[in-house]
Structures are given as C-alpha cells and as structure tokens.
Design a binder for this molecule. Structure first.
Ligand SMILES: *[C@@H]1O[C@H](CO)[C@@H](O)[C@H](O)[C@H]1NC(C)=O
Ligand SMILES: *[C@@H]1O[C@H](CO)[C@@H](O)[C@H](O)[C@H]1NC(C)=O
Ligand SMILES: *[C@@H]1O[C@H](CO)[C@@H](O)[C@H](O)[C@H]1NC(C)=O
Ligand SMILES: *[C@@H]1O[C@H](CO)[C@@H](O)[C@H](O)[C@H]1NC(C)=O
Ligand SMILES: *[C@@H]1O[C@H](CO)[C@@H](O)[C@H](O)[C@H]1NC(C)=O
Ligand SMILES: *[C@@H]1O[C@H](CO)[C@@H](O)[C@H](O)[C@H]1NC(C)=O
Ligand SMILES: *[C@@H]1O[C@H](CO)[C@@H](O)[C@H](O)[C@H]1NC(C)=O
Ligand SMILES: *[C@@H]1O[C@H](CO)[C@@H](O)[C@H](O)[C@H]1NC(C)=O
Length: 900
C-alpha cells in the first residue's frame, strides 16, 4: 500500500480567464515538482455524475476514481467544466482511504494561504478558465505507486426557464476510455413534468441506446451509461468519442400560473402564467459600427439584425441608431413595424458600413430622447414596453469616455422608465461597465462570443425578450408572516421565462397564507391570488425520501446570494460593504463557493513542513476589473476583523506534536519550543503545591506503518488533580472522567455534558472541547483533535490551553506553569537565514545566550482544522536554557502525580 507521499498541486487566480490554454501553460511551468506528464500509468477507471433535481434546484455530484499502476508516483489530474451559474459546495479527495475534505473560507484568507504556499515554492494548481457556459475546475495530485485517488466535487444551481424550457448541461470530456462512465439525473417536479429530453452533441447510432430517458407525473429520469466498447471512436480504437455536451431539457405542467413549495419554513414561488396576449414593444437598437467591428463581426451583426427584423411583430415600434465617433439616425423617431418599414430597415441594415472610434454616451442619451418623445406624443401605445438594446465590441474612447460618467448620465436620463440591455461582442469590451450600465437600468448584460455562431447568439438573446406579456409585476406576500424575501417586483415578464421568489415563513402558527400577483397585461390590469396551505408535511417527508429535503432553504440562499451579488455590482461604496458582508455570511453559512469565498483543501502537516493547500474559486465575468473592485469593497469590511484578530489575546498552551506556546504579554511576544520524548512518557505541565493543583499529560505516537517512520508524539491523555476540591479529572480522546471523592462520572465526547459543583465547572462541547474551571482564576480548555479511525498514520489527540491562570501561586511550576508569572529575556541580533521567513536571533535569558528562530505555531481554539497562526521565537533542543533544568526533569510516574 502506498503511503501518503503526495503533493497537492493546485492553483487559483487565472488572471486571464478567457484563454484557457494560456492559463494551463502558465501553471505547468510553475509545477516544479510535476513528474512526467500523466501517462497511461494513471488509470481513471470510474466517472460518475449524479444529479438530483427538484423544483428547478440541481444538486450535482461528480465522482472520479483513478489508480496509479506505475511503480513510481505519478500526477493525476481532475478536470471538470461546470456551469457558470453554479456554485461549488464541496470538493474532497480520498487518497488511500483518507478523506481530505474541502472547507469554505473567505477568499482573502484562502488567498493568503495560497500565496504563502507558492512563496514556499510549493506547487499549487487549480485553474479556472471559462468556456461560454462553463468554468473550469482543475486539480492535480501526486499519487504514490499502486495507490488510488477519488475526487468528489459537488455543485448546485437553480435552472432558469428560458423559451419554455429548463436546460441542464453537463460537459462530457473524459479524454480516455473509462470502464465505468455514468450520468444519472433524477428529476422531481411537484407540478408534473410535461416533457423531458436528453441529447448528446457527440451522439452516434451505436451510442443512442446508452441514453435512457423516462418521465411520468412528478418524476423524471435520465441516464447515460455507455459501455467501454460504445465509447470507442471506432471498433478497435482506444480513443473515446465522448467529447461534447450532454443536455437535459424539460418543462413542467402549468395548471395554474403559480406554484409554491414550502419546506422547513422556507418557501419558493414559481410564477409563469400560461399564454397571454403580448404587450407591444418599442425598441431602440444602438449598433456599434466603429472600425473594430470589421470583418465577420459586422457581417454577423447584420445577419442577426435581418433575422430579428423578420421576427418583429407588426404591433411593435423600433428604430436604429448607429454609433462610432458620431451618431447616425436611421429615423429621428420610432417607426411602426409595417412590412414597408421593415423592408426599408433591411435595406438600411445591409448598407451599414464601418467608421471611426466608439462614443457610447451620446447614442444612449439620443435613444432616451427618442423614447421620451414617442411617449409624450403618444406615437406608441400606452400599454407597451420600451427597451434600449446596446451592441458594442469595445470601450468608449471618444466623447464622454469616463465609464462612471456615462453610467451616471444614462441612469439620470432613463429614470427607471426604460430597460437597457447591453450586448458585449468579443473579448475587448469593458464587460463590468456594460453590466453595471444594464443593471442600473433594470436590464441585463450578455456576452456575445466571437465565433461562427455569433449571429445565432444575438438572435437567441432577442428571442428571450421578444414577447413581453406582463409589465410591472408585483408579487405580494403577507408582510407580517414572511421575511427575507428575494426580489419581488419585476419590470417585465417574457413569454417562456419564469419569475422565482423565495422567502421564509416567520409565523409558525399559520395554517395558510395568501399570495397576490398584480401586473399590467396587454389590455388590462391582472391579478392572481393563491392560497398556500402550510401543512406540517407528510408529503414533504415523502419528498425528502426521494430528494434532498432542505432544497427550499438552499434555493432561497442561492437566489439571495445571486441577487445580492448583482446589486453589489452597482451599489455605492457604503452600501457595497454591507452587501459584501451579507453575501459572505450567507456563502459561509450555506457553503457556497461564490466570488467572495474559496474552498480550501488542506493536507495535514508533516514534520518540518507547512501544510499544502488547494483552493477552488468562483469565476467572475470581466474578472480582472471585478477582482480589484471586490478588493476595494472588501477592505472596508475586513478592517474591523483584522483589527480584532491582531489584538487577539492567545493563552499559554500546548498542542500538536507537542508544541509549547508561551504567551509573554509583558513583551507582547510569544515563545515556543517542542519536547521530543517517547510515547508513554508522562510530562508535568502545571504543578502548584500551594494550591494542590497539577496537570500532567501522557504522550502517544503515530500508528506504525511500513512506509513511514515517524517519531512525532502528541498528548493522548491528560490528568488533572485538585487536592483541595478532591477532584481527579482524566481526559482521553475517547472520554472525560471526573472523580470527586468516591463519585465517578464519565462523559463521552459524542455529546454535550456539564457539571457545576462548589466552584468546579465543566462543560463538554460535543466532539470539540472540554472547558473547566476551579473557582475564579483557573480556567482551562482541552481541545479534541479528532482523526478518522481508519487514518493510516495519525491518531486523535488533545491540546491543552490555559484561559486564566491568575489564581496560581508564585511557586507554580511545570512546563507551562513556570511561565504563568512572566519571564525576562532580551532578543537581539536578528539576522537572515536560508529561509527568509525564519530569521535567527540571540535570546538572552537566565544569564545564558541561546540561538532562537522565528517560527509559527497555531492556536486551534477558534479554527480546529487550520488553527490561527501565532508567530513566536522558537527555542531549540527541547526548550533547553529557557525552561528550568532539562526536559527530563518534568517526567512524572503517573497521570495524577503531584508533589506533596
Ligand atoms: C519500474 O519499472 C521500470 C520499467 O518497468 C523498471 O525499469 C524499474 O526498474 C522499476 N523501478 C522500480 C523502483 O521498481
Ligand atoms: C464534503 O464531502 C466529504 C466527502 O464526501 C464529506 O465527508 C463532507 O462531510 C462533505 N462536506 C459537507 C460540508 O457536506
Ligand atoms: C479488431 O481486432 C481484432 C483482434 O485483433 C481483429 O480480429 C478484428 O478484425 C479487428 N477489427 C477491426 C474492425 O479492425
Ligand atoms: C427574412 O424574410 C424575407 C422575406 O420573407 C426572406 O426573403 C429572408 O430570407 C429572411 N431573412 C432571414 C435572415 O431570415
Ligand atoms: C446591512 O445593513 C442592514 C440595514 O442597513 C443591517 O440590518 C444589517 O445588519 C447589515 N448587514 C451586515 C452584514 O452588515
Ligand atoms: C503587538 O505586536 C503586534 C505584532 O507584532 C503589533 O501589531 C501590535 O501593535 C503590538 N501591540 C502592542 C500593544 O505593542
Ligand atoms: C525524530 O526524528 C528526527 C528526524 O527524523 C530526528 O532528528 C530526531 O532525533 C528523532 N527524535 C527521536 C527522539 O528519536
Ligand atoms: C468549545 O467548542 C464550542 C463548540 O464547538 C465553541 O463554541 C467554543 O468556542 C469552544 N471553546 C473554546 C474555549 O475553545
């Protein structure tokens, strides 16, 4: 069995998210330790993609298993393309039976860890880059010979209804033949499924039977399980034909316009009224014809405009404004879409030619002026929808070219009356600018990728907004019984889409509540009312059996985070800090990797080596700009946290293998040392003869394995005696035993427990710590470091912390106790060593000169997994010179030894 000789390789910020090849090359070149390329020796023998989908909310788990068949260690890669709209919620690796789980952290914290890892020359390598709909997740890990690795990635997303269907998309790209390749999708839609389809872009006749799909009532199922022979690109080939997109599409039945799901106090309301008359629309198309639109881009734009004109309804009004350095009007007002006018427009579009630079400010203001005039003169129907569609491939570079000023001008001119959509064509656009411009004017931005299908992308966008059927939609819920509502007022409803609102029911006694939806239709106001029964759900538990039970809450959190992130893009700085704080809090609570958090996988420390970390991040459109803006807004929020962390008092304690950490508050400094002894040895930590209190700890070693010779020791048992109180307390990694006179009480770590008796207080916090105090001024906490039983190397162990020591007498002694009343020393001659992070210095203490080294230890009370770093002066050779006598003086015969 291979041991844990593995090095995680992972990475982080792909600064150029679009060009994925570039990023990967960049990473390869920093992989100093990467052994040969992953050859055939690494066999990926299983990839399983499992999706559970209920009420539009998808929970996806990708599990990939590989084995290293070579006789040397090799690097295994795990590559996944996941939808941009999804949030990663978990990532873990299992190597030789040991699970390394992912932990959600604030991005800034994770980034510091990552940068540290890189500065130590350790490899790191998770790349994020993007395709159109996807972002890339890449991890590589060194796998020992004959060892196995399992990668498990979990992500969640809400499927948005578009043009009458929900679409779930899975990128299939195994690169080699896989013995077991499976996609399984389970769908549960309480409204009933009206159709279900599954397609693969790489499908062949031989492969067709591998796709199974069925649905009935509320349930649908799709599976794709190609045998290894079906995967071959030809009969005897060893290459795979699985390469492309696997897409599941479906829609639900709609007997009523709305559907509400309530589970565990959270509700989600889906609203999509069946066919209604369309509301006429008035559209001003702002078309960039600057020089950069040359070649295929303008050709495709014309192509798209011609198709859009063909699809334009006769009730609609429209016009074109071309812009370069100047603006060119087709007409100086909106024109009805009569066949003659459409024909004239086609001629105009075909004749568009290129000229000049890019002025965005003036055409936007002109469009507003035209719409204003049309409404004032009643040239357009009173009940109609007015839209501005801006298409550009570059940044504003003439006229008003300050992006903030353009946004301000546009917002002021539009005054919330019209909706502005921005289409950014290609990679040279200032996407964050376009996005903010649209979001501030109730629209959205869309990127159009420079590709052979750009015209279809443009037309596809138009189709989404082609048929408005309601305007000014107000979703109303009983105010006194509902809280934490997501957006509930919407400017438009477009045919084929869906409005989703989620919230929390605050009144537990409610049997039902009413929902009113008020909106303006094509020719009258409309109102839908629904009564939602809140039965304490037998069918809920039924549903839970089939699918995950807390989906309404997670869906609420997902939607809330998405909306707050969007708001944050166009909030002013003071508001932004608050939004940032809210998003961060929710992301951490619900464990979503959002633009403010990262998923960190930590490899346990080995001797003389810092941990290595892997980080997963969220891709953000227009990333470079957004990272810097995220940073700015982050700073104002993070300052108080940093301030409180640095003034953080840490106690004198001993933890890990065993590191003694001595707080010296008089000097605002910390000292540290290790004690190397054999397992079974009992060391005295505190001894106060006057008070009759002693604390002793017994060392345990690691497990014995064939491959790892480890002499690390930890505290596995701690004994505390208080003679006055007649208390003996024994803490092991299994249980806590209190002996008082003749009464014995035993607590398990597996549940909370407490005692309070005549000045002695003890609280067991389930699987985390036991806190106890002897009267005032002697308080301690013992932390349980729980290691999985099957861990090949490590055992569970304990850390001992003094929270309050001021009751102890002047004579208190022991490895920790002797420092309770301070220690005099001087540090001088700080000088560089080979390791720039670890300078040496001379310590003058007790009339001796010692060489000490700057190092870092960790306080695990707040963060039991990673600890909080504490810089300290490390005293070598078992603390020789610093501690009284030598370390063997502190060895005692029994866990309850105390000098009389
Ligand atoms: C590993 O295998 C190669 C080729 O099969 C062989 O040349 C080499 O000696 C082997 N190394 C070890 C350490 O067994
Ligand atoms: C993440 O996945 C790992 C492995 O399946 C699991 O042990 C862990 O509990 C998961 N974490 C969360 C927060 O669900
Ligand atoms: C595939 O390989 C087998 C055995 O090598 C051979 O008999 C068969 O003709 C090959 N088939 C094709 C289509 O090449
Ligand atoms: C638009 O419609 C006209 C007339 O029906 C037709 O000739 C033309 O091919 C159509 N153009 C496109 C791009 O579909
Ligand atoms: C954000 O602001 C609201 C009200 O202005 C306040 O109630 C809330 O606590 C703030 N949230 C955070 C996380 O600062
Ligand atoms: C203590 O040291 C820290 C870092 O070494 C420093 O930031 C802080 O200001 C110091 N506090 C005092 C009270 O000197
Ligand atoms: C423990 O191992 C380290 C390095 O392997 C070695 O330097 C040290 O002497 C060993 N300590 C004991 C007590 O065996
Ligand atoms: C003990 O554990 C509990 C529960 O995990 C935690 O809230 C508390 O802060 C811990 N106490 C100390 C002193 O570490």
């Amino acid at each position: 069995m291979g041991h844990l000789l593995l090095s995680f390789t992972l990475l982080f910020f792909a600064l150029s998210p679009i060009n994925c090849d570039f990023v990967i090359d960049g990473i390869r070149s920093i992989q100093k330790r990467s052994i040969a390329k992953p050859a055939n020796d690494i066999e990926v023998y299983s990839i399983i993609i499992n999706s559970q989908l209920t009420s539009r909310f998808a929970h996806n788990v990708i599990t990939s298993r590989a084995v290293n068949r070579a006789n040397v260690s090799k690097e295994a890669f795990f590559n996944v393309d996941l939808p941009k709209t999804a949030f990663i919620t978990n990532f873990s690796m299992i190597i030789d039976g040991v699970t390394y789980p992912g932990v959600i952290k604030e991005k800034e914290v994770a980034k510091k860890q990552y940068e540290k890892a890189v500065s130590r020359g350790q490899t790191a390598g998770l790349v994020r880059a993007s395709g159109r709909k996807t972002e890339k997740f890449t991890v590589s890990v060194n796998v020992a010979s004959e060892s196995k690795v399992t990668f498990e990635l979990v992500y969640e997303e809400m499927l948005k209804r578009n043009l009458g269907k929900y679409e779930m998309f899975i990128k299939v790209q195994p690169k080699t033949l896989i013995r077991k390749y499976e996609i399984e999708v389970d769908i549960h839609e309480p409204q009933g499924i009206s159709f279900l389809d599954a397609q693969a872009s790489f499908i062949t006749n031989d492969l067709l039977p591998a796709i199974q799909k069925s649905f009935s009532g509320e349930k649908g199922h799709v599976s794709f399980k190609p045998t290894i022979d079906q995967q071959r690109s030809c009969a005897n080939c060893s290459t795979t034909l699985l390469d492309g997109d696997f897409t599941v599409t479906y829609d639900v039945s709609r007997e009523s316009p709305g559907n509400i799901q309530v589970v565990n106090g959270y509700f989600v309301h889906f609203f999509a009224p069946p066919k209604l008359s369309r509301v006429p629309k008035n559209v001003v198309y702002l078309i960039d014809r600057s020089g950069s639109m040359h070649g295929r881009k303008m050709q495709q734009t014309k192509e798209a405009l011609l198709r859009i004109l063909n699809d334009t309804s006769a009730q609609d009004h429209f016009t074109f404004i071309l812009f370069d350095s100047y603006i060119t009007l087709w007409k100086d007002s909106l024109i009805k879409a009569t066949p003659e006018n459409l024909e004239e427009a086609r001629k105009f579009v075909k004749g568009i030619y290129l000229a000049g630079a890019t002025n965005i400010n003036d055409p936007v203001l002109k469009a507003v002026e035209i719409l204003n005039k049309a409404h004032e003169t009643k040239a357009v129907p009173e009940r109609s929808v007015s839209l501005i569609v801006l298409l550009t491939d570059g940044e504003a570079n003439t006229g008003e070219s300050n992006p903030a000023k353009i946004q301000e001008n546009a917002k002021k001119a539009i005054q919330g009356r019209y909706t502005l959509y921005s289409l950014g064509f290609g990679n040279d656009v200032d996407y964050p600018f376009l996005e903010k411009l649209a979001l501030e004017n109730s629209g959205i931005a869309r990127r159009i990728y420079e590709d052979s299908d750009a015209d279809l992308q443009l037309q596809g966008f138009y189709n989404e907004i082609a048929n408005p059927t309601l305007t000014d939609i107000k979703m109303q819920y009983p105010e006194n019984a509902i809280a934490d509502l997501t957006q509930n007022n919407f400017k438009h409803y477009f045919e084929g889409s869906e409005i989703v609102v989620a919230g929390r029911v605050t009144d537990n006694d409610l049997n039902s509540f009413n929902v009113d939806v008020k909106a303006e239709g094509a020719d009258k106001s409309v109102k839908y009312t629904e009564n939602i029964p809140l039965k304490s759900g037998d069918d809920v538990s039924d549903q839970q059996k089939y699918i995950f039970g807390d989906f309404t809450e997670r869906l609420w959190a997902y939607l809330t985070i998405q909306q707050l992130l969007e708001k944050r893009l166009h909030a002013d700085p003071s508001e932004k800090a608050n939004l940032t704080a809210q998003v961060l809090e929710l992301s951490l609570k619900f464990k979503f990797v959002t633009p403010l958090t990262s998923m960190v996988v930590t490899k346990p420390e080995e001797k003389d080596k810092e941990e290595e970390i892997l980080v997963a991040d969220k891709f953000v459109e227009g990333q470079q700009n957004q990272i810097s803006s995220a940073r700015t807004s982050w700073q104002s929020y993070s300052q108080p946290i940093t301030a409180s962390a640095s003034s953080n008092y840490h106690p004198t304690f001993v933890d890990s293998d065993p590191h003694f950490v001595i707080n010296v508050p008089q000097k605002n400094d910390t000292l540290c040392f290790n004690i190397q002894e054999q397992p079974g040895v009992i060391l005295n930590l505190i001894e106060d003869k006057q008070l009759g209190i002693a604390v002793n700890g017994e060392l345990i070693g690691n497990k014995k394995t064939d491959n790892v010779i480890s002499n690390e020791t930890y505290f596995g048992r701690i004994g505390i005696i208080n003679r006055e109180m007649k208390i003996r307390l024994e803490v092991t990694t299994e249980k806590i035993t209190v002996l008082n006179h003749k009464n014995q009480k035993t607590f398990s770590w597996q549940k909370r427990g407490s005692i309070s008796k005549e000045g002695f207080n003890l609280v067991v916090n389930k699987r985390s710590n036991v806190t106890f105090s002897f009267g005032e001024g002697a308080t301690f906490v013992i932390i349980l470091h729980e290691v999985w039983k099957g861990h090949p190397l490590h055992r569970s162990f304990l850390g001992f912390y003094t929270l309050d020591d001021h009751t102890f007498s002047e004579g208190v002694h022991g490895l920790l106790g002797q420092f309770f009343h301070g220690i005099e020393y001087e540090i001088s001659n700080v000088h560089k060593t080979d390791n720039p992070d670890k300078p040496d210095a001379t310590m003058k203490v007790k009339n001796k000169l010692l060489t000490v080294t700057r190092g870092v230890q960790r306080d695990y009370r707040r963060d039991p997994k990673n600890g909080i770093k504490i810089p300290c002066w490390f005293v070598h050779f078992n603390g020789e010179g610093l501690i009284d006598g030598t370390h063997t003086d502190y060895i005692v015969p029994d866990i309850f030894s105390i000098a009389s």
